[in-house]
Design a protein around this ligand. Structure first.
Ligand code: THU
Length: 130
């Protein structure tokens, strides 16, 4: 079945900057009003500065004014399809734990609810602005 969000994630993956790992990842996030924001992993010679595709998609979405999300799709050429790293789970949880996370390779797909990937996520007791 056609899935434009999945297509957007594969398209973003084409732009991955991953000369150190050789592992290209794409991600696309759908906001609650149906808009899409894509990202890819961006590695750095100082390896620890690498930004994952999921976090790049979150940054693109936030910079465009989106705040609430329905669905994230992440894609890479590996089986089983990648499971988002712990840091990305926490970054995604900042904007709500009611998120469907889907991961796809060329041949397989799997999905989770974010709250199951990161149970009991850290939340500050208050936020100055929402
Ligand atoms: N990576 C992502 O972009 N997302 C994931 O879910 C897993 C890992 C990237 C980080 C790094 O550039 C490369 O994949 C290898 O870890």
């Amino acid at each position: 079945m056609a899935d434009p969000l999945l297509d957007a994630a594969w398209k973003a993956r084409e732009h991955a900057w991953c000369p150190y790992s050789g592992f290209a990842v794409g991600a696309a996030l759908e906001s609650d009003d149906g808009r899409w924001y894509a990202g890819c992993n961006v590695e750095n010679a100082s390896y620890g500065l690498t930004v994952c595709a999921e976090r790049a998609a979150v940054s693109a979405a936030i910079a465009a004014g989106a705040r609430r999300f329905r669905r994230l799709v992440v894609v890479a050429d590996c089986d089983p399809p990648v499971s988002p790293c712990g840091g990305c789970r926490q970054v995604l949880a900042e904007f709500g734990e009611e998120l469907l996370v889907e991961s796809a390779s060329r041949t397989a797909r799997r999905s989770w609810q974010l709250r199951d990937l990161l149970p009991d996520a850290f939340k500050p007791s208050r936020r100055a602005h929402d």
